[in-house]
Design a binder for this molecule. Structure first.
Ligand SMILES: [Zn+2]
Length: 392
């Protein structure tokens, strides 16, 4: 099963309705599988015949399997179906400032294997070529019997999803890099590219926080600092997908010089690189020290958490989401960071419930792999018919 490279644009209303129904069926199974077809019909409001047709299609694609013998009542409508996590894998690539993460995920979004590859000093084309080789190795070594659905690519900076291009990623030094076209050529797979904050919004909505489907803001604070916002199932992109650029939001009490020429910008103030420079050691070493409870290191992270809290409070008041997810490596590693962010949010936000609205990512330790994989898996859950059986 591979995606149709020549998939036609769905302009007819019937086709769009059919895709929406198939998506609803697949999501019901994701949420509640194993689940009987009759229950899917009740949950989705679709007719028994429609559910039966969609599950038959999804079974043919190898996305589902039946679990016979677990229901007492006789008759196919009551035989439970569930996602078949053993048939396919989604390839994932996340491009961070200093390393690439290449991974494989199953269709429930579980990371099966991930590999980190440093790429300092390599040109964009060489980074992508190396990532394609690693993906090939992972597929051979960890999923020899599974079919790849394709490759999802996520990164920070300005990513135009429609053209699969990294328009501008100043910290990587990339400009107008046609990532999708380059990787399609080298892997032969369907490749989809999106910004990592937007992709993690999709991941939270599919596999993560239960309230993320109402509305969610994702604030990503690594070396890149950016954000994404979704209401209902829709992530806001704006023209050329430029939404979510919070890197240059001003924060109080910061004199940190920014690459934009001003001082006190959010990214320049809280980025991992800045913290590492202030501490005089590489970021992973500093994180390990803080995780072990070393007082000075912990204080650096707590001070930074309060600065992140300033931005979180602003986003919370402007966008009023059901949940605000902060994706930051210190939250899982350093005790007290999430409480410090929440405390600052509570002081600054006008919302009475603001502090408890702020949570850490649902994917600690695998957030980068998940970001890449979710670019592709979101396409799958949005329209399973996009993926068609190549063996037919
Ligand atoms: Zn700036």
């Amino acid at each position: 099963m591979t995606a149709r490279a020549d998939a036609p644009q769905r302009t007819d209303a019937r086709g769009a309705r059919r895709s929406a129904s198939a998506s609803a069926v697949l999501r019901a199974i994701l949420d509640e599988g194993p689940i009987a077809r009759s229950t899917i019909a009740r949950r989705t409001g679709l007719s028994a015949a429609a559910v039966s047709g969609h599950t038959a299609g999804l079974l043919r694609l190898g996305l589902l399997h039946e679990l016979p013998g677990t229901e007492k009542r006789v008759g196919r409508p009551h035989v439970p179906v569930d996602l078949d996590t053993g048939r396919h894998v989604a390839g994932a690539l996340h491009l961070a400032v200093h390393h690439a993460t290449v991974a494989l995920l199953d269709v429930r979004g579980n990371v099966l294997v991930q590999h980190e590859e440093p790429h300092d000093g390599l040109a964009a084309e060489d980074v992508l070529a190396r990532a394609a080789e690693i993906l090939d190795d992972l597929l051979l070594g960890h999923a020899p019997d599974r079919e790849p659905l394709g490759l999802g690519v996520a990164t920070g900076g300005w990513v135009d999803r429609a053209s699969g291009t990294v328009v501008e990623h100043p910290l990587l030094g990339w400009r107008d890099v046609p990532v999708r076209d380059l990787l399609t050529a080298s892997t032969g797979l369907t490749v989809a590219v999106d910004g990592h904050a937007r992709s993690l919004v999709h991941a939270e909505q599919l596999f993560g926080h239960p309230r993320a489907r109402e509305s969610v803001v994702q604030l990503f604070t690594g070396n890149v600092v950016d954000a994404a916002f979704a209401t209902g199932g829709t992530v806001h992109h704006g023209p050329r997908s430029a939404a979510g650029a919070v890197a240059h939001l001003p924060v109080d009490d910061s004199a940190e010089a920014c690459r934009c020429g001003r001082t006190g910008c959010l990214e320049a103030t809280v980025s991992e690189a800045t913290l590492a420079r202030n501490a005089g050691m590489p970021f992973p070493d500093l994180l390990a020290l803080a995780a072990a409870g070393e007082t000075a290191a912990v204080r650096l992270f707590h001070d930074r958490a309060r600065l992140i809290g300033q931005a979180a409070a602003l986003l919370l008041d402007v966008l009023n989401p059901a949940v605000l997810v902060v994706v930051d490596r210190s939250i899982a590693g350093v005790p007290g960071c999430l409480p410090a962010i929440r405390d600052e949010v509570g002081i600054r936000s006008l919302r009475p419930d603001s502090a408890e609205t702020v949570v850490g990512t649902s994917f600690p330790g695998t957030e980068l792999a998940t970001a890449g994989g979710a670019v592709l898996l979101d396409l799958l859950y949005d329209d399973p018919s996009y993926f068609t059986n190549s063996q037919n």
